[in-house]
Design a protein around this ligand. Structure first.
Ligand SMILES: C[S@@+](CC[C@H](N)C(=O)[O-])C[C@H]1O[C@@H](n2cnc3c(N)ncnc32)[C@H](O)[C@@H]1O
Length: 250
């Protein structure tokens, strides 16, 4: 899988306006409300470590599982105390040295698993790496909202002292298999010599309904204990693009 190979170099700049601090605070509060003694977390699809950077400040150790070596290299440059990223696929990562208190997967990483086998494998391997009663918190695209509000073309412009970036995201929906292909075109202008670089990537994103996740949980030894809109805590509706699920290992 080549996604995020080139994109990774500009990832932190593209998401510099994303409130990783507030998101991490929300996640830690959600987990601690259920288990106040959370000390160890596996983070699936940890990317460049932006959530781990805040989560580790709560005296929590985070082991990241990330397929992109480039993202892991960027994460390692941040020297986050208590964070250990490993390059591996979230559907087939190894049995880790300890059983963890919780697993998390943020910014729709689970939606990148578009086929049932990868999903079941991810849930099974994560269950193996958790203590009994361990929590699994993740956010995914929510089918009722995707069907009610077809994805639009979005244009984002950002810059730092070296480059100007324009990112165009166009979505093509495949309603029959619950997948939306997000076509990213990223145009990078070098501010020194005005040279242009263009990166094209397609990110297939699966969306889920609540009964679908309940079935997946039931089949892999988890129970769903919480479902809500990410950050707002509202009840999911046809206007809720990102829904958080909290599962508990039975
Ligand atoms: C949208 S980014 C989110 C990164 C990070 N969680 C954040 O919030 O910034 C999705 C990440 O998931 C990773 N990813 C996607 N599929 C994966 C897989 N099967 N195994 C491991 N990592 C995966 C990508 O490489 C990328 O870093």
């Amino acid at each position: 899988m080549t996604n995020f190979k080139l994109y990774s170099s500009y990832y932190d700049l593209l998401y510099k306006d994303k409130n990783y601090s507030a998101e991490s605070e929300y996640v830690v509060a959600k987990l601690k409300k259920i288990n106040p003694n959370i000390k160890t977390i596996i983070e699936l699809g940890c990317g460049s470590g932006s959530h781990a950077n805040f989560i580790c400040k709560n005296n929590i150790e985070v082991t990241g599982i990330e397929q992109s070596q480039e993202m892991v290299n960027i994460a390692q440059l941040k020297n986050i105390i208590g964070f250990k990223p490993i390059v591996a696929d979230i559907s087939s990562y190894p049995k880790l040295d300890i059983e963890y208190d919780a697993a998390i997967s943020l910014f729709h990483v689970i939606s990148y698993l578009t086929d049932n086998v990868s999903l079941v494998n991810c849930f099974n391997v994560t269950r193996q790496n958790l203590k009994v009663g361990g929590l699994f918190l993740f956010d995914v695209w929510f089918s009722p909202a995707v069907y009610a509000n077809q994805p639009e073309t979005r244009i984002k412009k950002l810059e730092d002292d070296k480059v100007k970036i324009t990112r165009i995201a166009q979505s093509v929906s495949n309603p029959v298999n619950n997948v939306v292909d997000v076509h990213f075109e990223v145009i990078i202008q070098d501010k020194q010599n005005n040279e242009l670089t263009v990166i094209n990537e397609v990110h297939p994103m699966r969306h889920f309904s609540i009964p679908e996740i309940e079935l997946l949980a039931m089949q892999t030894g988890f129970e769903v204990i919480k479902t809500e809109e990410f950050l707002t805590k509202n009840t999911p509706s046809t206007n809720t693009w990102g829904v958080v699920f909290i599962l508990k290992k039975i």
